[in-house]
Design a protein around this ligand. Structure first.
Ligand code: PLP
Length: 375
């Protein structure tokens, strides 16, 4: 198998991730739910994972990070927990996990504005500035497009939002673990991220960071293992957002994924940049292939979308799958982004590289694609 669907979820994971998941599953124990050895280990694994994530994103206090089951859950916690009738601004490159809760909020009678993006998937900063009104409370920006890999200048976007008095939120689903994020320098008030993509953890993991001082409500309530005498959710983070039994098995794996990124992140980025360059070069010379978005390696990551003059993207993805090549075709849950990129009708076939892919694999995929397109 050649796996080129790392934007959906990364595969394979580092060996240490598989080992940690198995060990945690065999060991047992629920974090914050007992004084016996196994429960204490589960709590300390969660704490260590928070610390490592804080180190990676320069988050001043690990306690401000809560674990979630994916990015979508984190996004919903932020949007629904913070907005109480005030204005929301999102960008034209958002995933449905931002777009759909935003549109629900809009349908409920609230103000939601969408800042434009250009045909390469980059945010229009003038449009962003114009969209932020005195009524805007929250500005949510996609860091890296899951359709065309464009990297948005989130520091510039967050500075604009702060200047206009709004809270900033960054969807780092495609950037966490792939490119550097510094919540202080980038002026990010809320960061939502998956554990299962660039951080190389298992599916079922993700998280949210909320800066100290930002007020938010809960969207789910339940047991936290703390303040059990109270009828209400604790005010203290992370307990305030971590309801019910936590995914300690997944988080044990995520801890190893984050450690791997802390140790090898730069090397992996360099490798993925090389693979992306090769992929773009190969694709650009195959007849009837149209590269979507930025055709160069500048300001982009290894998420590369194409469509074809004469063949349907799903048909080609299926033919590649028959050859053992894993890609994804369609709208990638990002209708807004396709509108901006002009690919709403065709959809795209998406290749997304990972740390274990090789140049030989990229050549093999390109060659097989060419064969399918001429058959
Ligand atoms: C840009 C973006 N945001 C949000 C999500 C949702 O992530 P998750 O599947 O972890 O909920 C994705 C998933 O691919 C994404 O690419």
């Amino acid at each position: 198998m050649i796996y080129l669907d790392n934007a959906a979820t990364s595969h394979p994971k580092p060996k240490s991730v598989y080992k940690a998941v198995c060990e945690a599953l065999y060991r047992g124990g629920s974090a914050g739910r007992g004084g016996y050895k196994e429960a204490i280990i589960a709590s300390s694994v969660m704490y260590e994972c928070r610390e490592k994530i804080a180190q990676l994103f320069n988050i001043p206090s690990p306690d401000r990070i809560a674990f979630t089951k994916n990015t979508t859950e984190a996004i919903n916690m932020a949007l629904k927990g913070i907005l109480k009738g005030e204005g929301l601004v999102i960008s034209h490159m958002e995933h449905n996990s931002v777009y759909r809760p935003s549109m629900k909020y809009y349908r409920e009678g609230n103000e939601v504005l969408i800042a434009n993006a250009d045909k390469f998937g980059y945010l229009d900063f003038e449009s962003l500035e114009e969209s932020i009104l005195s009524t805007t409370k929250l500005v949510c920006i996609n860091h890296v497009s899951n359709v065309c890999g464009s990297v948005n200048d989130i520091r510039r976007a967050c500075k604009i939002a702060h200047k206009k008095g709004a809270i900033t939120m960054v969807d780092a689903a495609q950037s966490a673990g792939i490119i550097p994020i510094d919540v202080i320098k980038d002026e990010i008030d809320i960061l939502v991220f998956p554990g299962h993509k660039g951080l190389l953890g298992p599916v079922g993991t993700g998280g949210i960071y909320i800066k100290e001082g930002i007020e938010f409500d809960t969207i789910m309530e339940g047991g936290t293992g703390s303040e059990s005498e109270s009828a209400y959710m604790p005010e203290l983070m992370p307990d305030r957002l971590e309801y019910g039994t936590q995914n300690v098995v997944g988080i044990a794996g995520l801890l190893e994924g984050v450690k791997y990124i802390l140790e090898n992140g730069e090397k992996i980025s360099g490798h993925e940049r090389e693979l992306t360059k090769k992929l773009l070069e190969n694709l650009s010379v195959i007849p009837n292939v149209h590269i979507v978005g930025n055709p160069s390696t500048e300001n982009r990551v290894g998420v590369v979308s194409v469509y074809f003059s004469h063949k349907d993207v799903v048909e080609v993805a299926n033919a590649l799958a028959d050859e053992g090549i894993c890609t994804r075709a369609g709208l990638h849950c990002a209708v807004l982004a396709h509108e901006a990129l002009g690919t709403l009708k065709s959809g795209t076939l998406r290749f997304s590289v990972g740390f274990s892919n090789t140049k030989e694999e990229i050549d093999e995929v390109s060659w097989k694609l060419q064969k399918i397109l001429t058959s």
